[in-house]
Design a protein around this ligand. Structure first.
Ligand SMILES: C[S@@+](CC[C@H](N)C(=O)[O-])C[C@H]1O[C@@H](n2cnc3c(N)ncnc32)[C@H](O)[C@@H]1O
Length: 194
């Protein structure tokens, strides 16, 4: 397993990515084609910035990427990227919509500070997922897509149902770049219901 970790770590360095997480988004996007040229993307939990890098490259100069995180993003980003430093529980939908327009894609790689107690960590991850879903109600256009990280635990069936209530198609994704021993999986919602 260490070998796999080193492989993605080295690859991220070579590609100039802020984190190996970039490959999770690249892999899912290769299959699902979420990030199209010109698209508007909101990235919750964006620091240190590798998903911003991937999204900015995919949407191009005509697209728009808004990132939010508790932590600052210190990397220089292309002009189509705006970063807001703050807590998603304190920011309103309006705060996250700098130019007033809805998003085509909402990404969330948010993770809680882990305590080492799996049930507690899953519960905190679930709160982040619920917040991402609530924000998607206000910020994502009908037909839009959501990709959100969730720690596997007792809440997963409920979170999946909450996604199904909002999106016509819901899948669970576990990209190869996500360590197999990691509890993280990604809920993908396609075609947001009107
Ligand atoms: C795994 S990292 C994200 C990595 C990022 N996708 C990348 O590729 O660089 C998870 C992030 O979630 C952020 N986060 C956790 N809770 C948050 C909250 N309540 N509001 C905003 N960001 C939060 C953390 O600060 C952390 O930077």
């Amino acid at each position: 397993m260490k070998r796999v970790q080193d492989h993605y770590f080295k690859q991220a360095k070579q590609a100039g990515y802020a984190a190996r997480s970039a490959f999770k988004l690249e892999e899912i996007d290769r299959r699902q084609r979420l990030l199209r040229p010109g698209a508007r993307v909101l990235d919750l939990g964006c620091a240190p910035g590798s998903w911003l890098q991937v999204a900015a490259a995919r949407v191009g100069a005509q697209g728009r990427v808004v990132g939010v995180d508790l932590q600052p993003v210190t990397l220089t980003m292309p002009p189509q990227v705006t970063v807001i430093q703050g807590d998603v529980f304190e920011l309103s939908p309006e705060d996250l919509m700098p130019d007033g327009a809805l998003f085509d894609v909402l990404l969330s790689d948010m993770a809680p500070r882990t305590s080492g107690i799996p049930s507690a960590d899953a519960a905190r991850s679930a709160e982040l997922v619920r917040r991402a879903l609530t924000l998607s109600d206000a910020l994502l256009r009908p037909g839009g897509a959501l990709l959100v990280k969730v720690f596997q635990g007792a809440q997963l069936p409920e979170l999946r149902k909450a996604c199904q209530a909002r999106f016509a198609t819901v899948r669970l994704e576990k990209p190869k770049a996500s360590r197999s021993e990691s509890v993280e999986v990604f809920l993908l919602g396609l075609d947001k219901r009107a």
